[in-house]
Design a protein around this ligand. Structure first.
Ligand SMILES: O=C(O)CCC(=O)C(=O)O
Ligand SMILES: [Fe+2]
Length: 312
């Protein structure tokens, strides 16, 4: 049975090539990696956890006021019941919040990337989420340097493609299940992430599983203080499927854990909207399967329609 062997982040500064090889191997094998001793400060994470609990405890009407259906829920709140996994009729048992990039006043990307609403009811919310966004954005760029080394690219190859990335920090709340949920519903149905890579905090509460190519569903169970990274569809497309965007899901809790909520925080690292996704030569040389070129913005739109966040 496959398990995901944690990789120590201190290796990155000691031996970048060895870290890049370990990350690449883990991605090739499972589409996932677990990173121990990551550089995101625990106090920054704790502050967001506290703010998220206060936020999700607000009355439904207060949270609904932060919903922007016209923007495909890419910023602010998404109520229980909005998102479904691609191809699934039933919705997931979750509500969530999205913080997007804070852009300069003159940024041309303002035409596509909206501001994140300010949460007035929770005093620490805006500052705490912004700090975590920055920390994960920085860490994500370091991880992409390792990915570049693995793919035989210049170490800084991704920089100009992600420096204004349309990345989003998602705060997820899966409520307790005091009575059994409707038949066929789960916390998060089987899906693939759309973006380049996802940095996931908070998956210590059980439930996350990844679909291994041979072994079927395997548990993704980071220890306290570790961080999960997985490849998304955009990286899969860049790498002609060498780095797979692995299907994953979040199961309902076992009866003993049913009375506990689950809070997790994926950071979906995206490309700049005008970055072009096209196959990387070393991946084609390894037998990868090429797909046509597409801009990140066009690809995101296609996928948001598929998961029900945009109604065309
Ligand atoms: O909650 C989790 O652990 C994973 C969430 C997830 O896969 C997603 O929101 O895309
Ligand atoms: Fe996901």
């Amino acid at each position: 049975m496959t398990t995901i062997t944690p990789i120590d982040y201190s290796l990155w500064s000691r031996d970048p090539n060895a870290f890049a090889a370990a990350l690449g191997q883990s991605f090739v094998e499972t589409g996932f990696a677990i990173i121990d001793h990551h550089p995101v400060d625990q106090s920054v994470i704790d502050a967001v956890n506290a703010a998220a609990k206060d936020y999700f405890a607000l009355p439904e009407a207060a949270k609904k006021a932060y919903e922007d259906a016209d923007d495909g829920y890419q910023r602010g709140h998404s109520s229980f019941g909005v998102e479904n996994a691609k191809g699934r009729a039933v919705h997931d048992l979750k509500e969530f919040w999205h913080t997007g990039r804070a852009l300069d006043a003159a940024s041309p990307y303002r035409a596509i990337m909206k501001d994140t609403p300010s949460v007035t009811e929770v005093a620490s919310f805006d500052g705490a989420t912004r700090a975590l966004y920055h920390a994960l954005d920085d860490f994500g760029r370091n991880l992409m340097e390792a990915v570049a080394i693995y793919l035989e690219l210049d170490q800084n190859w991704w920089d100009s493609r992600v420096d204004n990335g349309n990345s989003i920090l998602r705060l997820l709340h899966y409520p307790p299940q005091m009575s059994p949920p409707p038949e066929g519903t789960v916390r998060a149905g089987a899906h693939e992430d759309i973006n380049l890579i996802t940095l996931l905090l908070g998956a210590e509460e059980a439930g996350l599983q990844a679909k291994h190519k041979v072994d079927g569903w395997i548990d993704v169970n980071p220890s306290q203080g570790s961080l999960v990274v997985n490849c998304g569809d955009m990286l899969q497309r860049f790498t002609a499927c060498i780095l797979p965007s692995t299907t994953h899901r979040v199961l309902n809790p076992t009866p003993e854990r049913a009375k506990f909520p689950r809070y997790s925080m994926p950071f979906f690292m995206h490309l700049n909207p005008d970055a072009v996704i096209k196959p990387i030569p070393s991946c084609l040389a390894r037998g990868g399967v090429a797909e046509p070129e597409i801009t990140a913005a066009d690809y995101l739109y296609e996928r948001l329609v598929e998961i029900g966040l945009i109604k065309p």
